[in-house]
Ligand binder design. Sequence first.
Ligand code: FE
Length: 334
Amino acid sequence: MPNLIRSLTIVVIVFLTANSTAFCEQIVVYSARKEHLIRPLFETYTRKTGVKVKYITGKAPVLFQRIKAEGKNTPADMLITVDAGNLWHAAREGVLQPVRSSILEKNIPAHLRDSENRWFGLSVRARTVVYSTVRVRPDELSTYENLANPRWKGRLLLRTSKKVYNQSLVAMLIFEHGEVKTEKIVRGWAKNLAAAPFSNDTKVMQAILAGQGDVGIVNTYYYGRLLKKDPSISLALFWPNQDSKGVHVNVSGAGVTTYAKHKVRAIKLLEWLSSEQAQSLFADSNMEYPANERVQPNPIVASWGKFKQNPINLSKAGAYQAAAIRLMDRAGYK
Ligand code: FE
C-alpha cells in the first residue's frame, strides 16, 4: 500500500510539473543586441511556439562578466552578442557550451561559426571601405592594405583602435600576413590619417561628408542607416580585396550558456534564429546580411552589390585579438 501511495504521489508531481511548464515555458537570453532589434524576433517566436523569451540587454563585456560571475546559478540560457572577437572570448572563458545541431550546421556557413560549435554567427556585417563620391573614383581603391599607400596621406579617416571591430579586422590581417607586414600596413594607415580616430563609424562618414577626409573603413549597416536618413549622400561603399582574400566580414551571433537551465529550448531557439523565417527579420532590422546564405538580404542592402567574403574562420579574430591590440599601439594607431 505505501508503495502505491508513493507511486501515485510521483504521478501527481510529474503531472503538475509537466502542466506548469506547459503553461509558462520560458527561456532567458542575455543580449548585447539592442532591444528594438531582438524584441520583434522573440515576439514572433513566442507566437509560433508558445515559449516566452525573457531577456536583458547590455554591453557585451558587462553581460559576459555577469554570466561568469553568476556561474552555475546564471538564469541565462543564451548569450547574443556582436563581433566574433567577443564570441570567441566568451567561448574561451567557458561560458558557452558546444551544441550539436545538423540544422545549425546546414544553415550557418562554417567560417561564420565556432569549429567547436560553441557559437554561431546569425547576421553578417562587412567592414568595408567607404569613400567620397565627389573626391574619389572607385578605380583608385583596391585593398585595405593599399590604404597605407602615401597617396592617401591626409585623406584617411578611421574609428578608434579601441573598438573590437577594428581589433578583429587587424587580427584577421595578422593571420593572413603575419605581424611584420601587418604592422607596416597599420603604421601606414596611422600616417595617412586626416584626423584623430573617431569614436564611431557614423562620425567617420560624417567627417568624409564634411570634407575632413576622403576615405574610411566602416561596417555596412552604419552606411545603411545614414542612407536611410538621406538617400542622396555623396558616399559609396567599395568592396576591397576582391582579387585576394575578400572583404573582412564579422558577425553578430549567439551561443548556449554552459549552465543553461533550458538547454534544449535554447538550442531550438538558436536553430529557429538560423532559419529562413527568422534570418530576414534578424538581418533586416539592422540592415545586415543574413548568415544563412539561402536568405536574400533586404533590397537596399542587396543594391550595394555582391562581394567576395573573406572565408577564413572568424575564430581567428579572437585568437589574434590581443596581438592586434598590441600591434595597433606600436604602430601609432590610437
Ligand atoms: Fe555596431
